[in-house]
Design a protein around this ligand. Structure first.
Ligand SMILES: Nc1nc2c(c(=O)[nH]1)N[C@H]1C(S)=C(S)[C@@H](COP(=O)(O)OP(=O)(O)OC[C@H]3O[C@@H](n4cnc5c(=O)[nH]c(N)nc54)[C@H](O)[C@@H]3O)O[C@H]1N2
Ligand SMILES: Nc1nc2c(c(=O)[nH]1)N[C@H]1C(S)=C(S)[C@@H](COP(=O)(O)OP(=O)(O)OC[C@H]3O[C@@H](n4cnc5c(=O)[nH]c(N)nc54)[C@H](O)[C@@H]3O)O[C@H]1N2
Ligand SMILES: [Mo]
Length: 756
């Protein structure tokens, strides 16, 4: 429970700043492991610059005037990982059965290298065998024709460009379903639903430039040092011009504490790192609704004492529910806010006082806010605070969810959604002569429920490692192989591929950094970043194997093999020239993609507008909505003896289920990933010694037995009652039954567990 900035490292944390030489070293270690092929460094030099490659790691914005080196440690890792010289070809599979490979770690599977040939599962020998593209497409098309489309799922992981994603969503609708779960369902679905409800926009209202004009940034539950390191530049620049940065996080994340720019030779050698957060509120897991309400309560108190604090004109002209919310805040006791947040009233009032003086405030958030049972309410609490002083819809202010996968936001923009009302169905009917399904399809949770009940018959994955990313992974693994058909479009081998259905196929694709030649021309693809800017991206590297196809071409060929021919859907002509697909995207979404082809290489990308940014509130009331939460505790767990709240996090050495190495450098943790971080006080109370191995049991009251054994206890500076460990190793403890009430996003940060 501390609210000051301590730059003195404690024994459990890394003692260097984020960035700096540590990141150069981290990158070199991965470069050694990934063994990138020739030209990889040239690709990095052009990364995130107009005319270059758009990063395959996170979705942070790409500035119009890029730094000399506009990539970070983790973006470089992702690119080098894609461009490895290791190959995982048919010979690899001849030597190993799927049963044997299933015992390999995620890391070892990925280390086998890039997939090179289309593969078909042979149940008799329990091996993946080389096949031809023609055989694969014909067989998959036939199998899909025989299945009930409503029992088939097309998953998308968030990386494929807008062209492949648009065709994929169209293919699903033409085939007859909208079972279109995507990684966003486990991630920022809370934003898509919760933020939309309160401001009418399902995406953030800021653009990158706003970070140059704000005088306060509140970062709630987002870890830039690991997950969006390029964000450290605007944070550093903001800190240097005395913008106040407040972090609300149960863990004292290094990236939020200090940063040495690897671009600044001075800082890397003699200078001292920039201190990032002025205030660090070490909230209890799930305590954000209480913390943000406490801050807002003090803002109201200051208004009443001194006046001139609230933006009355804005509240009157633009907001709904203000009085009800104020009454609720008045009725909420400080004692409850302190108990649930784990913070002192003083700490919350301190932030409220800064907020009341700040002219332009940005609220940044990530998985610490979205992955809770009351995640949507937590977003509402942040928006309540921002609205008080009109901090949405003007320069330097707004709400900024930091998205995950590099094109996850864009996939939704071009139709990957299980909700029929989110796409212009009339235009799809007119342009393509299809009858799009109008009943809601499966999101990730609904798909997993169907899988566990034996109702899911076919799975097609455009990237991802879904069986590992979802909650309840042990139960999912047991059910996955019962599906009649499983097809994976993938770059590297992962655990989900090793759960073959009766008919199972791996279709290897190009990575974004590779040349994508169609009809003699290298094709560009496009992606959308966290700030709703669209960027063209081009690959220059020679493909890892001559047998690879692009994701766009694979989707087009699958559609062609599945659907009856139609002159309105010339799949092969589309796949020959991606400009034709962009023309379709523009025809279906004319407001967002006006002059798409001409604008896609504009420096900094082109902006597809956001009504909330213009104070056009597309909510039920037509106004920005103040909300009273259902519960102050975002986990909804309350206090139960012996029950801890476990948050499952990313280390600095992974991209989701892709594990690059065993070092979580920024948290000072090395060695294996089977661990649980615990406060020294809780360890003492439980009689545990550092490095002791323990077992965690699930404590959800849904009757399911959940257990993970062999976890090493690591003493860590955490609030009492809160534990932390790694995703995906701890996913068997995460209950499918616990998701955000409004959006189903699994509550991966508030998992109830007990020590066995
Ligand atoms: N290198 C790298 N980059 C990535 C990824 C990756 O795996 N590796 N993944 C990408 C993807 S898909 C995504 S979605 C993003 C995810 O990026 P983030 O949103 O940063 O996600 P996490 O690392 O899961 O956790 C975020 C933070 O939430 C904090 N937290 C946990 N519970 C709470 C809580 O109750 N309250 C508060 N206030 N904080 C809490 C944790 O301590 C952690 O610092 O990153 C993207 N970028
Ligand atoms: N407990 C817990 N669970 C979580 C989370 C958490 O914080 N805690 N986070 C959730 C979040 S935010 C997300 S986004 C999901 C992530 O879920 P997913 O997106 O399903 O998982 P990834 O690990 O990103 O997928 C990695 C695989 O994608 C394939 N791949 C990589 N690059 C490409 C490419 O360019 N094209 C194609 N076709 N395939 C490629 C490779 O085969 C690789 O093995 O996990 C969620 N699960
Ligand atoms: Mo994500």
């Amino acid at each position: 429970m501390s609210d000051d900035l301590t730059t003195t490292p404690d024994p459990m944390t890394y003692d260097g700043p984020v960035g700096g030489w540590g990141s150069a070293k981290g990158m070199a270690q991965v470069a050694r492991a990934a063994r990138p092929g020739p030209g990889a460094l040239e690709t990095l030099r052009r990364q995130n610059k107009p005319g270059g490659l758009m990063c395959v790691s996170c979705a942070w914005g790409k500035p119009p005037n890029p730094h000399v080196v506009e990539f970070c440690e983790n973006g470089a890792k992702a690119t080098l990982w894609d461009l490895t010289s290791e190959r995982c070809g048919p010979d690899f599979f001849l030597d190993r059965t799927v049963t044997e490979l299933s015992t390999w770690s995620e890391y070892d599977l990925e280390m086998a290298g890039r997939l090179t040939h289309p593969l078909r599962y042979d149940a008799a020998s329990d091996r993946y065998l080389e096949t031809t593209w023609n055989e694969a497409f014909a067989a998959i098309g036939q199998e899909l024709q025989a299945l009930d489309p409503k029992a088939v799922t097309f998953y998308a992981s968030g990386k494929a460009g807008l062209e492949a994603s648009f065709l994929y969503a169209l293919y699903a609708r033409a085939y007859g379903h909208v079972n279109l779960p995507d990684s966003s369902n486990m991630c920022h679905e809370t934003t898509s639903v919760g933020l939309k409800e309160v401001v009418g926009s399902p995406v953030g209202t800021c653009v990158l430039e706003d970070f140059e004009h704000c005088d306060m940034i509140i970062n709630v539950g987002q870890n830039p040092g690991t997950n969006s390191p390029r964000m450290l530049h605007p944070l550093q620049e903001a800190a240097e011009r005395s913008c106040c940065i407040v972090a609300i996080n149960p863990l004292r994340e290094k990236g939020l504490i200090e940063f040495a720019s690897p671009q600044s030779v001075w800082q890397m050698t003699v200078g001292s790192p920039t201190e990032i957060a002025d205030r660090y509120l070490q909230v209890r897991t799930g305590g954000d609704i209480a913390a943000l309400t406490g801050i807002a309560k003090h803002v109201l108190a200051l208004e009443r004492a001194e006046g001139g604090v609230l933006d009355h004109a804005f509240l009157e002209a633009h907001c709904h529910g203000v009085q009800d919310w104020m009454d609720w805040v008045d009725a909420t006791d400080w004692a409850d806010l302190e108990r649930v947040s784990g913070l002192t009233r003083d700490a919350m009032e301190g932030i409220g006082a800064i907020y009341a003086r700040s002219k332009a405030v940005i609220g940044v958030y990530g998985m610490g806010l979205t992955q809770h049972v009351h995640g949507s309410d937590a977003i509402g609490a942040l928006v309540n605070l921002l609205l008080l002083r009109g901090n949405i819809g003007r320069k330097g202010a707004g709400c900024s969810p930091v998205r995950g996968h590099s094109n996850v936001q864009g996939q939704r923009t071009v139709g990957i959604t299980e909700k029929p009302e989110l796409v212009p169905n009339d235009r799809l009917r007119d342009l393509f002569g299809i009858e799009p399904p109008m009943e809601e399809g499966w999101n990730t949770t609904a798909f997993v429920e169907a899988l566990l009940e034996g109702r899911a018959q076919g799975f097609l994955g455009l990237g991802g490692n879904l069986a590992r990313a979802v909650p309840d992974t042990d139960r999912v693994a047991a059910a996955w192989r019962a599906m009649p058909l499983t097809v994976h479009v993938a770059t590297r081998l992962n655990r989900t591929h090793l759960m073959p259905g009766r008919s199972s196929w791996i279709l290897p694709c190009l990575v974004r950094a590779e040349q994508d030649i169609q009809s003699g021309t290298n094709q560009q693809v496009t992606v959308e970043d966290s700030f709703s800017h669209i960027h063209g991206s081009i690959g220059k590297r020679t493909p890892a194997s001559p047998h690879l196809m692009s994701e766009t071409a694979i989707v087009a060929r699958l559609a062609q093999a599945t659907l009856a021919p139609s002159p309105k859907m010339p799949w092969d002509s589309w796949a020959d020239d991606y400009a034709r697909i962009r023309a379709l995207i523009e025809a279906v979404y004319p407001d967002d993609f006006r002059d798409f082809e001409a604008r896609m290489n504009e420096p900094g990308g082109f902006y597809r507008d956001n009504p909330a940014r213009n104070r056009d509130w597309q909510t039920e009331s037509g106004r920005a909505q103040f909300t009273c939460p259902a519960d102050l505790d975002a986990t909804g767990l309350g206090e139960r003896a012996g029950v801890y709240r476990l948050m499952t996090l990313r280390s600095n050495d992974q991209f989701n289920t892709t594990v690059y190495g065993m070092s979580d450098r920024l948290r000072g943790i090395e060695g294996d990933r089977m661990l649980v971080m615990m406060s020294p006080e809780d360890m003492a109370a439980e009689g545990l010694a550092p490095e002791q191995r323990i077992t965690l049991d699930g404590a959800a009251d849904d009757g399911v037995v959940r257990r993970v054994e062999g976890l090493r206890v690591v003493p860590y500076d955490l609030p009492r009652g809160c534990l932390a460990g790694y995703f995906p190793e701890l996913n068997p403890l995460s209950p499918l039954s616990r998701g955000d009430l409004a959006s189903d996003t699994p509550a991966a940060k508030g998992i109830p567990v007990r020590l066995a």
